[in-house]
Design a protein around this ligand. Structure first.
Ligand SMILES: *Cc1c(COP(=O)(O)O)cnc(C)c1O
Length: 393
């Protein structure tokens, strides 16, 4: 069969029907599986074949459908679904590292990712070196003496800075390091991370894959060898597997993800353009605008898209930012992202509150910064809501 387009894969990829021929994917809400005989049980524990299951922590038919579907979308050989995005990040890193290894990571990271790299891994004798993700000279310097793994967010939270996957992967591979990319902000719709050189891609499925704020989930994608020999033994014995019910939610999420994310990105662009001209806004970061310092890289890496997130700075610091948030009528104040509902976040006092003021400043997280996750509401309504809230500042 010929290779199918992403939207076709998102609807049909990985589907396996039971003897009933159900149209919608079945939820196999079962922890265990019964065997026809003691001999069959023994044989399965020796080696489980395809479509042979033992225990839901090891694998489950609904979860396997989700893993196959998202792997097809990403162009990865295989995937392992996890209970949350953080279980995916932790599983991808911890399963392949041991004491004495060195990891090179971009400094601008989601708080929980930073905790794993800064607090947990060093406790077990793993050295972690942080670099400015946008500065290739720093990557080259840190990777020179050899490193085991590289970890970065391809688009950073909340300032929407990009890391050049292709260039960093080249440096990492020359040093013999595995390239692990947290690809949440780039989304599976606009990502070509594996083709660009990533060895392992992790997603928080909680974000665009669910896209409707229902469940936590995650996935680790990579070569069959890495997923089945390195990730699976670690995940299945440490308990971070995805539940069958969550897998069903995520399968349904994947079906509509392309439509949602493209609509979100189109509105994000319109919002970025609208706020760029507003007198109360001092800085706008949207990778799809020419004003973004890495516009050319964004065009190359995201296939001409700009993503679903917009960050902008309001003159007047925290007070002005709070007044803006409180004046919003449609857009909700929350800290999730990738949702059908548009969400405004004030990173300095919420998601990045625990950082010191100096750390925040070095990451470009000022008191006036707003992070916007653009939903699927009418574009005109969102632009009008933002403009009226800015006017109210
Ligand atoms: C949300 C997020 C995570 C963690 O995902 P959870 O599903 O909340 O565990 C990791 N990395 C990035 C970039 C995220 O946005």
């Amino acid at each position: 069969m010929t290779t199918k387009g992403r939207r076709t894969q998102a609807v049909h990829g990985g589907t396996q029907r039971s003897q009933w021929g159900e149209l919608s994917e079945a939820i196999f809400l079962t922890q265990g599986f019964a065997y026809d005989s003691a001999e069959q049980a023994e044989a399965r524990f020796v080696k489980a074949g395809p479509d042979e299951y033992i225990y839901a922590r090891y694998g489950n038919p609904t979860v396997a459908m989700f893993e196959k579907r998202i792997a097809l979308l990403e162009g990865a050989e295989d995937g392992f679904a996890t209970a949350s995005g953080m279980a995916a990040v932790n599983g991808a890193l911890t399963s392949c590292l041991r004491a004495g290894d060195r990891v090179v990571a971009a400094r601008a990271l989601f708080g929980s990712c930073l905790y794993i790299l800064e607090d947990i891994l060093p406790r077990f004798g793993v050295e972690v070196v942080f670099v400015d993700g946008a500065d290739l000279a720093q990557w080259e310097e840190a990777l020179k003496p050899g490193a085991k793994a590289v970890f970065f967010e391809s688009m950073s939270n909340p300032t929407l800075e990009l890391v050049d996957i292709e260039a960093v992967a080249k440096l990492a591979h020359d040093a013999g390091a595995v390239v692990i990319v947290d690809n949440v902000f780039s989304t599976p719709v606009f990502s070509d991370a594996i083709a660009q050189g990533a060895d392992v891609v992790v997603y928080s499925a909680t974000k665009h894959i669910d896209g409707q704020g229902r469940a936590l989930g995650g996935v680790i994608l990579g070569s069959r060898e890495f997923i089945r020999k390195t990730v699976e033994p670690y995940m299945k014995h440490t308990g971070g597997s995805m539940s069958p019910f969550t897998a069903w939610i995520m399968l349904k999420g994947l079906e509509t993800m392309d439509l949602r994310v493209r609509a979100q990105a189109a509105s994000a662009r319109a919002i970025a353009e609208a706020v760029s001209g507003h007198g109360k806004v001092t800085r706008v970061s949207y990778p799809g605008l020419e004003s973004h310092p890495q516009y050319a890289l964004a065009q190359r890496q995201l296939g001409g898209a700009g993503g679903t997130m917009v960050a902008f700075e309001i003159a007047g610091g925290k007070e002005a930012a709070f007044r803006f948030c409180n004046a919003l009528e449609i857009i909700l104040i929350s800290n999730n992202l990738g949702d059908a509902k548009s969400i405004a976040t004030h990173p300095a006092t919420t998601t990045h509150q625990r950082l010191s003021p100096e750390q925040r400043e070095s990451l470009g997280i000022s008191d006036g910064l707003i992070r916007l996750s653009v939903g699927i509401e009418e574009t005109g309504d969102l632009v009008a809501d933002i403009v009226q809230a800015l006017d109210a500042v």
